[in-house]
Write a protein that binds this ligand. Structure first.
Ligand code: HEC
Length: 133
């Protein structure tokens, strides 16, 4: 009788351990996007344009380090002042890659990732040909 109880206890313990591991993995594989889906239904991407959308963003988030005067000091000589300079980095993929914090590029701005709606607007601008409108 004692031996049987012991075996039952061990089996229950093992089941508990398996259960713990399974539930830990379940949490481990959850990702932020599934837990908190990004709601972009209120993100207005009509009338996205270089002067109206991209320029203010550059001034606010990038030109502190990437203007003609600041780039040599803070921005690794990457100049994002003026449309033709911006276009160069749009065309080689690093502009959007770094804003997306894509692993192949340096994350920009490095301290705070751009919000999803702004990222979507930049994407729309690029998909529409990244023109100087
Ligand atoms: C605080 C200064 C700072 C700010 C603000 C900043 N950058 Fe940078 N950026 C840098 C530095 C420094 C590098 C070079 C990083 C390196 O090579 O390690 C860099 C590199 C880059 C690169 C090249 C990335 C690559 O992997 O080739 C791009 C493109 C870029 N920045 C775009 C931007 C954009 C767009 C913004 C605004 C959304 C921005 N940066 C904001 C300092 C900054």
């Amino acid at each position: 009788m004692k031996r049987k109880q012991k075996i039952i206890t061990i089996v229950i313990m093992q089941l508990l351990i398996v259960f713990c591991i399974l539930s830990f993995n379940a949490c481990y594989y959850d990702n932020e996007e599934e837990l908190y889906p990004v709601d972009l239904t209120n993100c207005d991407t009509t009338n996205v344009a270089y002067k109206k959308t991209i320029l203010p963003y550059l001034h606010l988030q990038c030109l502190n380090c990437h203007s003609t005067t600041t780039a040599p000091i803070y921005g690794n000589n990457i100049n994002l002042e003026g449309y033709s300079n911006v276009k160069k980095y749009v065309d080689n993929g690093s502009f959007f890659g770094s804003i997306l914090w894509n692993a192949s590029y340096k994350p920009m701005p490095m301290d705070l990732k751009t919000d999803d709606c702004t990222i979507l607007k930049i994407k729309v601008w690029i998909d529409n040909g990244a023109i100087e409108d």
